[in-house]
Write a protein that binds this ligand. Structure first.
Ligand code: CP
Ligand code: NVA
Length: 311
């Protein structure tokens, strides 16, 4: 344990903008090293005796498995909490939970609703806090997605990413990443579901362009990506969204107008026949399984960095 005293400068990962372009360069290199070790059964255990607390207020498959398996692989251990089986679900103040949990573990991952909740937790935490998805952001996913892009196509700088669908947590995080790493996002959402620059937390509109027609957003794109029509927490809007999003389904025509070598990504879980055609997500341009696997390698590099710095 290393939490007996408060470290001088705690680094949190609450949104993509919490790290600099230089730090991302380091992390993407580190992910490749950590992934190679994993693939060749070479032990990599820099976090022996460290404990990760994972707090889930929403469902998860990938985030849970990748953080839990990742921490064990790094030599540490994991505590798993949900709203239903902890005092978080019985209205213990978030500040009190943060003070208590962060005295007992070395790092915390939280999946919750409003960004203000995780910001508040982090403000009262003695240890690094990682955003495992909020209504506003999903930085760990974009970390893995950009690493996946780099593995397949090299640097993402100067490239064009087409976002087709909801102006949600994934869209906001792509916008932040574009501003930091120097690429452009073509955004097409149904009316009423647009991205909001102030929620996305970006400084200017220079790194994204808005298109009414999703086909036009995909034209010439190096990467086409989408997400569910209804994110967790918005289920009451399901019916209205099904109608509004009917034309925002990534299909083979959209992939045809993108660059010939364009990739398709989806953070998963996916609904074939809604936001994406089966032929696209299960087709040759899709890298969704690499994206999912890379959550593991990306977050191992992230936890190592937040706890130990650059090695
Ligand atoms: N992409 C993603 O975060 O998946 P889970 O909801 O399964 O964690
Ligand atoms: N936008 C989706 C992503 C799920 C991983 C949601 O928030 O439910």
């Amino acid at each position: 344990m290393t939490t007996a005293t408060t470290p001088a400068a705690i680094r949190h990962y609450l949104q993509f903008a919490d790290l600099s372009a230089d730090e991302y360069t380091y992390l993407f290199d580190r992910m490749a090293i950590i992934k190679k070790k994993f693939k060749t059964y070479e032990k990599h255990q820099p976090l022996v005796d460290r404990t990760l607390a994972m707090i889930f207020e929403k469902a998860s498959t990938r985030t849970r498995v990748s953080f839990e398996a990742g921490m064990y692989q790094l030599g540490g251990s994991v505590v798993h909490l949900t709203t239903g089986d902890s005092q978080l679900g019985r209205a213990e103040p978030i500040e009190d939970s943060a003070k208590v949990i962060s005295r007992m573990v070395d790092i915390v991952m939280i999946r919750t609703y409003e960004q203000t909740k995780i910001d508040n937790f982090a403000a009262h935490s003695r240890v690094p806090v990682i955003n495992g998805l909020t209504n506003e952001f999903h930085p760990c996913q974009i970390l893995a997605d950009i690493f996946t892009y780099i593995e397949h196509r090299g640097s993402i700088q100067g490239k064009t990413v087409a976002w087709v669908g909801d102006g949600n947590n994934m869209a906001n995080t792509w916008l932040q990443a574009a501003e930091i790493l120097g690429f452009t996002v073509h955004v097409s959402t149904p009316s009423g579901y647009e991205v909001d620059q102030s929620i996305a937390g970006i400084r200017s509109g220079d790194s994204y362009k808005v298109f009414k027609d999703p086909m036009e957003a995909c034209r010439g794109a190096d990467l086409v990506t989408t997400d569910v029509w209804t994110s967790m927490g918005y289920e009451a809007e399901n019916e209205a969204r099904r109608k509004a999003f009917a034309d925002w389904c990534v299909d083979e025509d959209m992939m045809r107008v993108a660059q010939p070598g364009a990739l398709f990504m989806h953070c998963l879980p996916a609904h074939r026949g809604e936001e994406v055609q089966a032929e696209v997500i299960d087709g040759p341009q899709s890298v969704v399984w690499d994206e999912a696997e890379n959550r593991l390698h990306a977050q191992k590099a992230l936890m190592e960095f937040l706890l130990l710095g650059k090695l």
